[in-house]
Ligand binder design. Structure first.
Ligand code: AMP
Length: 221
């Protein structure tokens, strides 16, 4: 099953994708995590993407499409995955559709997570990330902690520069202008499952699992 988890920055896509990855053992592909890891490893891709990420802008389509083309051919993804952060433009959606056809991926499920902008800004400004395992926490949960509650790495919890309010507003604007049109593009081709992301995290997870079970009967949790 190819699960595309869609929605505004900060709506909880990464959190849900990581939980689903743990519970259902479906590989998680986060383009944001890939780019941040690439920067930490000082690869040409990471160095190129870094400034754009810090400014809250999108990395050019050709770079992202090439990255996805390479990733999705890997053996690990042939039985399914959760895609988080891609596609973010209509060009990316068109390229993804073509790629899915080429690779014979034909069990696509699109989940659209929704929440109001004020709540999103609140969540993002309050978010902390582990640079080692990429897990996401609320500031309250990790305040004063020196080690990551998920992977135990020391000194790795940080606030992303693009999780500061002025960059967040820009990211949301770009989402509305460039990414939301992808929903209309996909709507014409796929059934979209809308999810209220304002609900508590575990309720959102249960809702998603119910949807996935409805789509594919052999999912056991
Ligand atoms: P995320 O972790 O998904 O919020 O992504 C962080 C940043 O990585 C975004 O603000 C973009 O700068 C970049 N990025 C991630 N995925 C994409 C994509 N599909 N297309 C363009 N830029 C992306």
């Amino acid at each position: 099953m190819q699960i595309i988890i869609f929605g505004s920055p900060g709506v909880g896509k990464g959190t849900q994708a990581k939980i689903l990855n743990n519970r259902l053992a479906i590989p998680h592909i986060s383009t944001g995590d890939l780019l941040r890891d690439a920067y930490r490893n000082k690869t040409p891709l990471g160095l190129k993407a870094h400034e754009l990420i810090e400014r809250g802008e999108l990395v050019p389509d050709n770079i992202m499409i090439d990255l996805m083309r390479e990733m999705l051919r890997e053996k690990a993804y042939q039985n399914g995955f959760i895609l988080d952060g891609f596609p973010r433009t209509v060009s990316q959606a068109e390229a993804l559709e073509k790629l899915f056809k080429e690779l014979n991926f034909n069990h696509t499920v699109v989940l659209m997570m929704q929440a109001e902008e004020d709540e999103i800004v609140k969540r993002l400004t309050n978010r902390r990330t582990c640079s080692s395992c990429n897990n996401i926490f609320t500031h309250d949960k990790v305040k004063g902690l020196d080690t990551c509650p998920n992977c135990g790495a020391k000194g790795t919890l940080y606030q992303r520069n693009d999780d500061k309010e002025e960059v967040i507003r820009k990211r949301i604007k770009i989402y509305e202008e460039s990414t939301l049109p992808v929903l209309n593009y996909m709507r014409a081709k796929e059934k979209i499952y809308f999810i209220n992301a304002l609900n508590p995290v575990d309720e959102v997870t249960e809702e998603i699992i119910k949807i996935l079970q409805g789509v594919k009967e052999d999912i056991t949790v």
